[in-house]
Design a protein around this ligand. Structure first.
Ligand SMILES: Cc1ncc(COP(=O)(O)O)c(C=O)c1O
Length: 456
């Protein structure tokens, strides 16, 4: 047995541990270690070679308030000195406070929260609550969505009495299209389409057995990883009406779009609708400590006074994470970050539109708040994607990854390794006009790589 204190930690050794001992997410396991980040501050981060770069991805759209804010570090340290965590059967001050804050910032009567450790878990809880509340295991999901990375863990917990309460058999998913106007699956054009995509959902619910069989529909209000898809303004009010008509729960996955990313606390606030359940993570603690939350409307929460709530976790409502969330949420308000996201978002969108004039590889530019995507095409007229969707899981390089690589070389990271053909710019909400100019000019140079793949 090696003396664990004597494991070498020089650069070469650390690189070899990365390559041999660590699973890297959603990729062929690398043969070269990625750049090692040693520090970060505000909108920038520093790698081991001493180089500083701009973070236009906010680390998968999580670090909304920016890196290493001393106010959050202090809140975490204070909490750590007092009480890092305790069993979730007992109360802690930060968990209770966070519960109340979430009631305050979410729309309508969303009021009771299950607090977990991340976005995937927040969605698992949302779907399980939907199953338990409605008694249905059928859920509508939309193509080009991402809701998380776990398998249906409860279904695998065979013989555990907690599972007896579960609606058995896990989740049955019925897929429907997104309101993706640039590539409408019905071949329609907005607004002449009369929102066929949402009317279709009405029909699908009917055909799948209505509210008797369909428990809910899960949607990202602004789709993130699959391409910054902003729905037309009528979409969510109409979807809310359809869900009410059938008694189907509307689950908003705001893991990426929440906490000011789109210029409002939550993306659903743009359309004044109240979902039945909101799942959230990322910007709730901005990655300072992992945390996710699933917030439900009052009547749903109240049901579980009479019905067994069949969900839980050892670290549910972890005190350290809740203390971070409480401080982060105050900072959004103290520093007017949601307003800054709306204002800087307009500036960023205008600048991104200018990129479209210069680069034939850009087929579409869309966004809301500091959440702006550039969709890359081979040909603007035919809208042929610059890479097929399947290219994401093929080994080797592709034009989008080449742009990502170029960005890093030039001094910036953006959201470029996600599925589809969209490169997204999502800087921290503290970003300034000068930083947007700097980031967009780096993007301008990097896109030259993709222009070479244009076939006209
Ligand atoms: C919309 C959405 N939902 C859920 C998740 C999963 O969150 P996590 O990675 O924290 O588990 C993500 C992650 O990117 C996401 O974008």
């Amino acid at each position: 047995m090696v003396d664990l204190k004597s494991i070498p930690d020089d650069k070469e050794s650390l690189d070899s541990y990365e390559v041999n001992n660590i699973f890297h997410s959603w990729c062929y396991q690398p043969t070269q270690a990625p750049l090692r980040v040693v520090s970060a501050k505000g909108t920038r981060f520093v790698t081991e070679d001493g180089r500083e770069r701009l973070d236009f991805s906010s680390c998968f759209v999580s670090h909304n308030i920016g890196h290493q804010d001393p106010r959050v570090v202090e809140a975490i340290c204070d909490q750590a000195k007092t009480l890092c965590s305790f069993a979730p059967t007992m109360s802690t001050k930060p968990r209770a406070l966070l519960g109340k804050m979430l009631e305050e910032i979410t729309p309508g009567d969303l009021s009771r929260s299950f607090i977990s450790l991340g976005g995937t878990e927040a969605n698992e809880a949302a779907v399980k609550i939907c199953h338990q509340y409605t008694g249905c295991r059928r859920i509508i999901g939309r193509y080009r969505s991402y809701h998380g990375g776990t398998a249906a863990s409860m279904t695998l917990s065979v013989g555990d009495s907690r599972g007896w309460i579960q609606v058995t058999g896990g989740t049955e998913v019925v897929p429907v299209p997104q309101p993706y106007c640039y590539r409408c699956m019905f071949g329609h054009k907005y607004p002449e389409c009369d929102l066929r995509c949402v009317k279709y959902i009405d029909e699908v619910i009917e055909l799948e057995g209505g509210g008797e069989r369909v428990g809910g529909i899960i949607c990202e209000p602004v789709t993130g990883a699959n391409g910054i898809i902003v729905p037309p303004p009528e979409y969510f009010p109409e979807l809310r009406r359809i869900c009410d008509k059938h008694g189907v729960l509307l689950i908003a996955d705001e893991v990426m779009s929440g906490f000011g990313r789109t210029g409002k606390w939550f993306a659903v606030d743009h359309w004044d609708i109240v979902p039945d359940i909101i799942s959230m993570a990322k910007g709730i603690t901005c990655g300072y400590v992992p945390l996710g939350a699933t917030v439900v409307r009052k009547h749903i929460g109240d049901r579980f006074k009479e019905q067994f709530f069949s969900h839980g976790a050892t670290y549910a409502g972890h005190a350290l994470a809740c203390a971070a969330a409480v401080r982060v949420i105050q900072i959004y308000q103290e520093d007017n970050l949601i307003e800054n996201s709306a204002k800087m978002g307009e500036y960023l969108l205008d600048k991104a539109m200018e990129l479209k004039d210069k680069h034939p590889c850009i087929g579409d530019v869309r966004g809301i708040g500091l959440f702006v995507g550039l969709e890359l095409v081979k040909n603007r007229k035919t809208r042929e994607p610059i890479i097929p969707v399947s290219a994401r899981i093929k080994p080797g390089m592709n034009p989008k990854l080449e742009v990502a690589k170029k960005l890093v070389e030039l001094g910036m990271i953006a959201m470029a390794a996600n599925p589809g053909n969209v490169i997204a710019m999502a800087p921290p909400l503290i970003v300034t006009k000068d930083e947007i100019d700097e980031g967009v000019s780096i993007m301008d140079k990097a896109l030259e790589v993709a222009d070479k793949y244009v076939e006209e």
